[in-house]
Design a protein around this ligand. Structure first.
Ligand code: CTP
Length: 412
């Protein structure tokens, strides 16, 4: 469960565009994430999709016009009670109404009684988005702190290619979560650095040494920190899964690259979540050319290795001088004696918290969506989390890191 959206009142305003079908997906994603989604539709939107379709997905009434007794009073409640309003798709007409404060349909009427943040996802064909009128209206909305998300470039319904496609629902969902996090999250205004995934150490131009990390726990941590309202820098090794859209992502490959990016990102940061499965060894020499079978046989088929840099050690030294990051969380994947090895790393690497997982336990470790984690803090207090989703593990760790940060700052 994505906790930031749980029981939040979200008004989804839908105006008339072929992108209405994407709004159904968005309503579904928000509802599945636990939000209470009140859909308000313009008359034009109802030409594309019926209120029944939204009602079936949200399980809540849909507001389709202004003139029945209930709706006319309801718009005020909708606007006042909402935690967030999202207008998606937003046509040129609806954007103009929002900019001018017109209120002649249930979407614009609700928007003008809104006391919460407003997120607008434009969708329009042809040159309508680029037209100076629309651009001026968008600028007006931005000046009033309305957030415009998209539109994206691509093929539009008319067959034209240009800027005007509504962004994907997953991107709007991610933005909704961040906006709510920034309003209400425990890490609002904070900078969190997350490292995720494996690193790769080249042997020659076509071969490398790596490990089985897929980056799932790291991505979940980045999302949990975003949900808590933080600005997130995600330093990602080679990971196939999609990145959280709201994170600032720095792609790296080798341990050296991850070291450099992490050290840089950690200047003036509040929390480092060092979850990457960093390669511990690298080939002592890297061949510029592909190593041929015959040559390898001559060398005796051995690759000699040397130690890579320990990134947390480097951070520990810098932190002693600068005090940044204020909180450092390390991770340890162990196959034996998780508590003893974990505690040793906590002390050696100067961590505030360590999350240890026994990668041999059922349902834990590489590639799966669940994890079984033991947490130890500086006072050696142990939290033994049961098997749970990586998302839930991430929320627990982020919340504990936020707690440690709060305690440290109160002590200063
Ligand atoms: N780590 C790091 N730099 C490295 C290796 C690991 O910063 N070169 C970090 C990991 O991201 C993790 C923590 O150190 O947060 C522990 O990683 P782990 O691989 O479990 O420990 P190691 O220090 O490599 O120790 P060992 O090989 O003895 O298990």
């Amino acid at each position: 469960m994505i906790s930031i959206l749980k029981n939040k009142r979200i008004v989804l305003g839908v105006s008339g565009s072929i992108a209405c079908y994407k709004a159904l997906d968005l309503a579904s994603k928000l509802t599945q994430a636990g939000a209470l989604v009140d859909v308000a539709m313009t008359g034009a939107a109802q030409k594309f999709i019926t209120p029944l379709a939204f009602r079936s997905i949200t399980g809540r009434p849909v507001y389709s016009h202004m003139w029945d007794e209930r709706e006319h009073v309801q718009h005020v409640n909708l606007g006042e009670e909402a935690d967030l309003m999202v207008v998606a798709p937003a046509t040129a007409n609806t954007i103009a109404k929002l900019a001018y404060g017109l209120a002649d349909d249930i979407v614009s009427l609700t928007a003008i009684s809104l006391r919460a943040p407003l997120l607008v996802a434009p969708a329009m064909d042809g040159g309508m988005y680029a037209h100076p009128t629309t651009q001026a209206n968008v600028a007006t909305l931005i000046s009033r702190e309305v957030e415009i998300i998209g539109p994206a470039e691509g093929r539009m319904a008319s067959g034209l290619v240009g800027k005007g496609r509504m962004v994907e629902p997953a991107q709007i969902l991610a933005r909704a979560r961040s906006v709510l996090g920034q309003q209400k999250g425990t890490l609002s205004g904070r900078h969190v650095v997350v490292t995720a995934g494996p690193t790769r150490e080249p042997i020659d131009p076509v071969r490398f040494i790596t490990n089985r990390s897929t980056g799932k726990q790291g991505l979940a941590l980045a999302q949990a920190a975003l949900d808590a309202g933080a600005k997130v820098t995600l330093i990602a090794g080679p990971i196939a899964a999609p990145m959280p859209p709201d994170a600032e992502v720095i792609h790296v490959t080798s341990t050296q690259e991850m070291h450099d990016a992490t050290v840089k990102a950690c200047q003036n940061s509040d929390i480092l979540l060092m979850v990457a499965a960093v390669a511990d060894f690298r080939p002592a020499t890297i061949s510029n050319q592909k190593i041929k079978k015959t040559a390898a046989e001559e060398w005796g088929m051995a690759i000699s290795l040397e130690r890579t840099l320990d990134i947390l050690e480097a951070i520990k030294q810098r932190r002693a001088d600068s005090g940044s990051p204020k909180v450092v969380v390390g991770f340890a994947a162990e196959t034996q004696n998780p508590f003893e090895y974990g505690r040793g790393k906590l002390i050696r690497k100067g961590l505030d918290l360590i999350a240890i997982n026994d990668v041999t336990a059922t349902g834990a470790g590489f590639g799966v969506d669940t994890n079984r984690v033991l947490l130890i803090n500086r006072s050696e207090a142990v939290t033994d989390l049961p098997l749970m989703s990586k998302t839930a593990v991430a929320e627990q760790i982020v919340s504990m890191a936020a707690g440690i940060l709060a305690v440290k700052e109160n002590q200063m």
